[in-house]
Each structure stands twice: as structure tokens, then as C-alpha cells.
Design a protein around this ligand. Structure first.
Ligand code: NAD
Ligand code: ZN
Length: 355
């Protein structure tokens, strides 16, 4: 019997999320119909709920939330060759035009016509049934579960950051910020062979989590800690200068520290999205030929993220803090928003279906 229940989490405006029934979508020839299985809640989902916008992206019309997801294929469009009903997939949430110069040159993540789940006005996938282009669905190997599948989204950001940085055996890596993105970046750096990783945060329990996940050193930044102190403490703990710094906070102080602490000739990767304009000590970095590179989401990184988990190089499971059923989505967002009883505040809260 065809399914009828398509309960969906729809954001109507600031602090106005509603669960409502939506029609079950029909896949186009290049799409698959998915029974959604696990959807993580990301900081940006919470931001849209609380503020109704992120930078230029404003929620003006009701929008389905959610973009860190996995599902099971239940129907395929007539042109789909890479998937079949029953396949379990991680869903890469950004669909590109595939024909522009950026797409054709291999930088599809920079496509100007990208449509991305739960970035207004595009609907996300916190819903029971959802259609997605088949070439942006990555089949999961048998030894990976659907929770791990959903976590391929943030992990791919970490993979992209570490590939942009050129992390390899012997790299000495500083990660600024132990939120979900800092943690997946740290896990990836270790998997790619970094010999030492130090991670900083202002919140003690986040550093505790980082330690459990394998950080070699942690540094808690106090309210009155000066930049000079941060730079010298990082160097003292490592016993040398980091040759790669992954900035995962977006805080001006951290960008400033990154430029000063990174080894001459080394690389600073900017992942954190902070203020559009900042004051930073640039000349000191340029005369030391420090490379500065931006990161925007991911580009051919899902297959690598999946491979890392499949082969046991990375364990993402400890990042999951809570499980909720679809019906309890509002409760899940409340927890993500307030961090109530949550060891990693506003972390990847997994919303589970049908369990
Ligand atoms: P988060 O807010 O959960 O984590 C940020 C962490 O930085 C927090 O633990 C916070 O305590 C810490 N922090 C803040 N100020 C600090 C300081 N001065 N020193 C040390 N630590 C400090 O966010 P997240 O989900 O982990 O994402 C991290 C950043 O990456 C955000 O800015 C997010 O917007 C950005 N992001 C960028 C991309 C991209 O494609 N470039 C993708 C995803 C997320
Ligand atoms: Zn394009």
C-alpha cells in the first residue's frame, strides 16, 4: 500500500516551527524517492529557528528544515542508474547546475545556481518522504548505519578543510573551536596522519569531549586570556609551531591567533563563518608566507568521508548526543537551542524515524 503519512517539520518564522502533513513527492526521471531515516540538527537550522535568517538568506515563506540526512530509496526515476530500491544513502544536500564553468571545472560547490536544502527558499528534508537527485545520494556500505550516514554531512566539511590544508603524516595541527565542525576537523586530521593535534575552546566540556575523541592537547581560553598568551600556550603545549591551523569558530580573536601562531610557510584554513569584516594582523602573516584559504562546505568529499568511516579510520558515533522521533521534533530543537542536559550544547542532535 502506498504510504500516506508525510509528517514534515516546517519553519514558518522566528520560533515558529510546525509539524504538518505534506503530499508525498513524486521523483522526476533523475531523482529517487527516499524514506527519510535520520536527520541531524545543525547550528544553522537552530539559527534559522531563532533568528529567521543567516546573513542574506531570510525565511520569508514556510520552509521545511533539515539538511544533515540519510534515507532509504523506495522508488527510482526512470533515468536513475546508480541506485535501486532498498539502497541506504547519505544525502548530499546541495544540488548544482552541472553545466556552469565552476561545475565543469570541478568546483561544483561554488556553483552560483546551487540549491541547498533548508537554505531559504529551498525546502530541507526533515520529513518522512523526500525526493532528491540520485547523483547527490551516496550509497552507504553494509557496515555503516543510517546515523553515520547523516553525519557524513558535517564530516565532509572536516574532510574538505583538511584536504584544503594538505594535512598528511607528520602534520602539526591546531584546531580553533571544539564545536561539531572543530571536532570533525580534528577527527579527520588525525585520520589523515597528523602527528599532533591541539584544540581550543572557551567551554570546558567541549574540550573534554575533544579529549575523549583523541585530541593530543586541549587549551581552554579564559575570558581575560590575551592573544599573546594564547599564541605562546599553543606553542608551548605543542613544543613547536603548528604548520596547519583550522579555524572553526568564526571569532575574530581566533582568526587573529591563527595568523600569528601558524608556522612560517604554513597554512591557515578559515572554516568558521563570523563577521563579514574583521580587523586582523595580515602583514605579519604575509611576510612569513602563511597561506590563507577559505572553505565552503564540500566538493567531492562525501565519498572520502564514507570511506573513512567504513574502514574504521574515524568514529563519528560519539558526536551523537540525543535521539528523537519525528513527532518530537520541537522538543529536539528545544534541546538543541538551550543545550539542556546536553553534554555538547547545540550539537548534532539526531532525529530518528520509526524507532
Ligand atoms: P559551534 O558554535 O557549535 O562551535 C563553535 C565553537 O567555537 C564553540 O564551541 C565555541 O565555544 C567556540 N569558540 C567561540 N569563541 C571562541 C574563542 N574566542 N576561542 C576559542 N573557541 C571559541 O559551531 P559549529 O557548528 O561547530 O561550526 C563552527 C563554525 O563553522 C561556525 O562559524 C559555522 O558557521 C561554520 N561553518 C562553516 C562551514 C563552511 O562551509 N565554511 C560549514 C559549517 C559550519
Ligand atoms: Zn553550476
Amino acid at each position: 500500500m502506498a504510504p500516506k503519512d508525510n509528517l514534515t517539520a516546517v519553519l514558518y518564522g522566528i520560533n515558529d516551527m510546525r509539524l504538518e502533513q505534506r503530499p508525498i513527492p513524486v521523483p522526476k526521471p533523475n531523482q529517487v524517492l527516499l524514506k527519510m531515516e535520520v536527520v541531524g540538527i545543525c547550528g544553522s537550522d537552530v539559527h534559522y529557528l531563532v533568528s529567521g535568517r543567516i546573513g542574506p538568506f531570510v525565511v520569508t515563506d514556510p520552509m521545511v528544515i533539515g539538511h544533515e540526512a540519510s534515507g532509504t530509496v523506495i522508488q527510482v526515476g526512470r533515468d536513475v542508474k546508480n541506485l535501486k530500491p532498498g539502497d541506504r544513502v547519505a544525502i548530499e544536500p546541495g544540488i548544482t547546475c552541472r553545466t556552469c564553468a565552476d561545475c565543469k571545472s570541478g568546483n561544483y560547490h561554488l556553483c552560483k545556481d546551487m540549491i541547498f536544502c533548508a537554505t531559504p527558499p529551498v525546502d530541507g528534508n526533515l520529513t518522512r518522504y523526500y525526493v532528491h537527485d540520485a547523483d547527490f545520494c551516496h550509497k552507504l556500505p553494509d557496515n555503516m548505519d543510517l546515523e553515520e550516514g547523516a553525519l557524513m554531512e558535517p564530516l565532509s566539511v572536516g574532510v574538505h578543510a583538511c584536504r584544503r590544508a594538505g594535512v598528511r603524516i607528520g602534520s602539526v595541527v591546531l584546531v580553533l573551536g571544539a564545536g561539531p565542525i572543530g571536532l570533525v576537523s580534528m577527527l579527520t586530521a588525525k585520520a589523515m596522519g597528523a602527528s599532533k593535534v591541539i584544540i581550543t575552546d572557551i567551554v570546558g566540556h567541549r574540550l573534554q569531549k575533544a579529549k575523549e575523541l583523541g585530541a593530543d592537547f586541549t587549551l581552554q581560553i579564559g575570558q581575560n586570556t590575551t592573544e599573546e598568551e594564547i599564541v605562546s600556550e599553543i606553542k608551548a603545549k605543542l613544543g613547536e609551531d603548528p604548520n596547519i591551523t583550522l579555524e572553526c569558530t568564526g571569532a575574530e580573536q581566533c582568526v587573529r591567533v591563527a595568523l600569528q601562531v601558524t608556522k612560517s610557510g604554513g597554512t591557515v584554513i578559515l572554516v568558521g563563518l563570523g563577521k563579514f569584516e574583521m580587523t586582523v594582523p595580515l602583514a605579519g602573516a604575509l611576510v612569513r608566507e602563511v597561506n590563507i584559504r577559505g572553505v565552503f562546505r564540500y566538493n567531492n568529499d562525501y565519498p572520502i568521508a564514507i570511506e573513512m568511516v567504513k574502514t574504521g579510520k574515524v568514529n563519528v558515533k560519539p558526536l551523537i548526543t540525543h535521539h528523537y522521533k519525528m513527532e518530537d521534533t520541537l522538543k529536539a530543537f528545544h534541546t538543541a537551542k538551550t543545550g539542556e542536559g546536553n553534554p555538547i550544547k547545540d550539537n548534532l542532535t539526531a532525529v530518528l524515524y520509526g524507532i
